[in-house]
Design a protein around this ligand. Structure first.
Ligand SMILES: Nc1ncnc2c1ncn2[C@@H]1O[C@H](COP(=O)(O)OP(=O)(O)OP(=O)(O)O)[C@@H](O)[C@H]1O
Ligand SMILES: [Mg+2]
Length: 565
């Protein structure tokens, strides 16, 4: 960070004018602009982008926009006054109208290209030109970067209109998916899991788009109708939005000798990733090869911890492709996601995701994304460097196993745990029908008898299954007693086993009511999600600490969904 940027840290931000004093563009200023880009930012049609890291784009504002919500927590972190969220200038900027922004905020934002690998296999088919040159931020447009309280944040509109990467789609996000992403990002943060964050959410009261969706009481796998929904823009923020897919795009171009600056562009984007996401852990004075090796090691560490965290809280990303895998090692793209209610190792809410991106398979998906990541660095390394990188890649699964065991031990209140003991539990859980969150939360009270846990079951276990449960529980209880300090163990377990999880059927009414202008349930959910490990009030407990009602099992749009946009 420059001294100038440091000096900007402690400003109290009451207005967009104050915000302007914090802006500090790095991507647009240090990376390469597409030489063919139109200087006025009016880039709203699909086209091939052959080189450069970004295309300047003016967002397309949403009509008759209404304030829906903002994150008070993030505002505090940024030093933003809460009242800023409802000022007309703030609304104008974050509903995509940059025509009046005060300098040095620029009157246009940017979109970036990225490549796609699905479960380790490269694809170009999703690009309308079948070359990969038309794939990237199709509706995500970054509008500024700023440094607040010593941290750099990029602010990105999701649903901000068409870009050259829109693939012919409308560039919009509907209110439904925007509410979900807005709430989920801040929930994940409250769970203590690295994630992109939510700044604010605005909805249009005049612009509607249709998406395939499910009619009331539809139990079909695929949507059976089209539903019109207001468009919305949620602004998400993160230190950067660089994805594995981005490095991949530039690395593929080096491999294919696409143009003479390809190698330089790859080097520049990797250096930029290090600067934006790893400056505190990677010494910029090391030679570049050493920085790349350190990057791979650190990224592996972040990814393995992230996977352990996702599993700890029952999160399933649903579509963990390289283009949804953030280079900074945090959670990104809350479209196809869900949280496991009744435990199922293959839980997968997104019908397009398949088993390979299902709940307990995520560590394998991450390993393949990591392999893709490593392969993007290869063209920049000598044979010795490549060998070192290969060792780092090869040790992913061992590190993953260590992180998973550490996580399971914490969830179970044990100092250490063998994979066999965990596997035994997961097998019984998979064969029973038990609520993942409630089970671990109730276990965190360290009950004396297994019967106390029966309220976590959708179907009461009996016969041989009950005997298996009782045997497992007895062994676990003996181990806990052996460790001593039961009260201390219970307290620590409650810090890793959340009480309140994301239950889709309790979120659906919030976005449904929002579509008719009632945002009160969104505010209530923000409150509940801000303290997932707390007991909260008896009223909140009665409403939100509940098993999923039978009618929502297999319900389209609740238990599964095919469209996340
Ligand atoms: N309505 C849309 N208009 C334009 N592009 C879209 C639209 N919906 C999705 N895309 C693009 O399709 C690709 C795959 O979609 P995906 O659902 O992963 O992304 P997303 O939810 O838009 O984005 P992100 O990964 O940025 O959170 C992305 O490159 C995205 O930009
Ligand atoms: Mg995506």
């Amino acid at each position: 960070m420059t001294t100038d940027a440091k000096a900007k840290q402690s400003i109290k931000v009451n207005s967009v004018n104050d915000m302007a004093r914090l802006v500090d563009y790095s991507l647009m200023d240090t990376l390469q602009c597409d030489p063919q880009a139109s200087a006025d930012g009016e880039e709203h049609n699909p086209r091939q982008v052959y080189s450069g890291h970004y295309v300047p784009v003016k967002p397309t504002p949403i009509g008759a926009a209404k304030y829906v919500a903002h994150s008070a927590t993030l505002f505090d972190e940024l030093g933003f006054a809460q009242s800023l969220a409802t000022t007309p200038e703030f609304a104008q900027l974050f509903t995509g109208d940059l025509s009046d922004v005060p300098a040095p905020i620029r009157p246009m934002g940017w979109a970036t290209g990225y490549a796609l690998s699905i479960y380790g296999t490269e694809y170009n088919q999703q690009c309308p030109f079948r070359t990969g040159n038309g794939y990237g931020d199709g509706r995500a447009i970054s509008v500024l970067e700023l440094v607040a309280n010593g941290k750099r944040w990029e602010m990105q509109l999701k649903g901000g209109g068409r870009t050259p990467y829109c693939r012919g789609a409308d560039g919009r996000a509907v209110l439904r998916s925007s509410v979900r992403e807005f709430l989920a990002q801040e929930y994940m943060h409250a769970l203590g899991i690295p994630t992109s964050r939510s700044l604010c959410l605005f909805a249009s009261t005049s612009e509607f788009v249709e998406r395939p969706w499910y009619s009331e009481n539809a139990y079909s796998e695929d949507p059976d109708t089209f539903v019109s929904n207001p468009v919305a823009i949620t602004t998400r923020v993160a230190p950067s939005f660089l994805r594995v897919g981005q490095l991949e795009l530039f690395s593929r171009r080096v491999r294919n000798n696409a143009h003479e600056s390809a190698r330089h562009e790859l080097e520049a984007i990797v250096a930029h990733l290090i600067e934006r996401e790893y400056a505190d852990v990677i010494d910029a004075t090391l030679d570049f090869t050493q920085q790349l090796i350190a990057l791979a090691r650190e990224y592996r560490s972040r990814l393995t911890k992230l996977m352990a965290n996702w599993i700890r809280v029952g999160y399933c990303q649903g579509n963990f492709n390289s283009d949804n895998c953030a280079g900074g090692g945090f959670t990104l793209d809350y479209g196809p996601f869900g949280f496991c209610e009744q435990f199922d190792p293959f839980f997968q809410p997104w019908t397009g995701g398949g088993d390979h991106f299902s709940f307990l398979n995520q560590p394998f998906a991450a390993e393949l994304n990591f392999a893709t990541f490593c392969s993007t660095l290869e063209p920049l390394l000598s044979p010795d460097g490549k060998a070192e990188l290969e060792d780092i890649r090869g040790a992913f699964s061992a590190e993953m196993e260590y992180e998973l065991n550490t996580m399971w031990a914490a969830k179970l209140g044990l100092i250490e745990v063998e994979s066999e003991f965990v596997l035994q539990l997961l097998k019984i859980m998979a064969k029973s029908s038990v609520d993942y969150t409630m089970f671990f939360r109730e276990l965190s009270f360290v009950p004396n008898a297994f019967d106390t846990l029966l309220k976590c079951f959708y179907h009461r276990p009996n016969g041989e299954r009950l005997a298996q449960w009782q045997a497992w529980f007895k062994t676990w209880r003996v181990r806990i007693e052996h460790q001593g300090d039961v009260a201390g163990i219970a307290a620590r377990m409650k810090e890793v086993n959340p009480k309140y999880t994301w239950r889709e059927w309790l979120v659906v009414p919030a976005y449904q009511q929002a579509a008719s202008g009632d945002y009160s349930l969104i505010a209530e959910l923000q409150q509940v999600f801000s303290d997932p490990y707390g007991e909260q009030t008896a009223e909140i407990e009665a409403k939100y600490y509940q098993l999923k009602p039978a009618e929502f099992f297999n319900a389209g749009g609740v238990s599964h969904y095919s469209c996340s946009s």
